[in-house]
Ligand binder design. Sequence first.
Ligand code: ADP
Ligand code: GLC
Length: 495
Amino acid sequence: MRVLFASSEVFPLIKTGGLADVSGALPAALAAAGTDIRLLMPGYPVAMDGVTGKRRVADLGDSLGVGSPASLVSGKMPGTNLPVWLIDCPALYDRPGGPYQDASGADHADNHMRFGLLSRVAAQLSCEDSPLKWRAQVLHANDWQTGLAAAYLHHWGPRERAGTVFSIHNIAYQGLFPKKVVAPLGFDWSLFGMDGFEFWDQLSFLKSGLVFSDKIATVSRRYAKEIQAAPFGCGMEGVLAHRHADLCGILNGADYAVWNTATDPCLAQRFATADMVAGKAANKAALQSELGLVLDPEAPLLIIVSRLNDLKGMDLVPAVLPAILRLGGQLAVLGTGDAALEASFRAAALQSPGQVAARIGYSEELAHRLMAGGDMLVMPSRFEPCGLTQLYAFRYGTVPVAHAVGGLADTVVDAGYDSLLNGTATGFLFEHTNPGAFQWSLERAIDLFRRKEDWRRLQGAAAAGDFGWDRSAECYQDLYQSVLPHHDGKTRRPV
Ligand code: ADP
Ligand code: GLC
């Protein structure tokens, strides 16, 4: 089966969050399972530099009239044989800053064009207009940045086209633009209505993906249910409830080639799962010393590796911090995000040196060391479509304390009476989004941390869990199968 996987970020080429991890690992797992899969992404300079064996394979012209022609560059993901196509369009992608924002943190003013082109090329490679011999039978588009692809296919009405799957990684990010972008993107007004990509008189890339794709996937079963109602649906609950027969939840996986304590090059000391106790002790001591925390093996070390915003529940942390400190805990934070939250974590570190450390920034290496040296991973997310860090934490013997939503509820087994007795507990969950409930779960965690044998059992169960990508890849293969055009792609699809 030929699948085109379109995404705006792919690890290790470029990453702002979990979407990149998924786009790096899932296609590799699908390829290993026999799928003929190609990645498509924007030709950001770091991505162009990162791929191997680059060659130009097609001219794409200046279809959106941005003033410079685009071309398709083919390459391989670093260190693998996985094919990736980059859209080389310097006018849109060759600039400083991140994929969505400039260096000052403001959205790029032409994001609709940057991701309009990504969507358009994805559509082109999925129908008879493709300039390549290889033609997708299935287009798997991810998040709002690729949401217009299915709309282009609908609009063009090609004789043959790929089946389309649209994945929601986070419905809170919707790609909403003023309606004046409709014509520049190459559409007429026929799709700008309630049944199309119009959303409160604006153009929504995300809604386009939801409305025009054959199937919709999201990254956990719980989240698939949650988003069919407010407030989780973020305004899209009606559309999703309407399409619920075509909506499914497939849990993300963890890339154990990257997250493996025995081979991790970032760790102070690598260790096998069987040597968890000694391995974690060594990494904890190294981490405490790296971060300027008091060197104390008995102090529960809580870690945060996260975007710092309210969706991640980070505003609840300052409220519970006094309790953590009172109970002798330490807190180490790695993240970037809202300026006020960044400032508040910096201030907490200044106020309690030796007990609180804040690293405001992005560091893949430190993230790995935190996972290895920490005792508990704090995830009070208000919404969490899947969450990947808790999966990494499991393997690294760091126990999640998390809000029972989305993928967190689907992956963490709360340490209750039964689950502790039968050895299935892997973390701590709290149900209500308030500091009191959050604090209670932290207190339970810190209490259990002091009961060494119970704690080791919990760590052991967490580390033994298998959240590898193979199982999810199988589910995606079934999903792809369900949207395949009948009879070797010759049947005209209703558009
Ligand atoms: P989301 O995609 O919503 O941010 P996920 O848990 O799915 O949440 O994925 C977050 C990914 O980004 C993980 O790989 C995590 O380790 C990483 N990450 C988040 N913030 C940082 C940071 N400041 N430094 C390094 N890695 C980070
Ligand atoms: C999003 C979600 C996160 C999920 C990730 C990958 O960024 O916020 O929960 O794990 O996408 O699917």
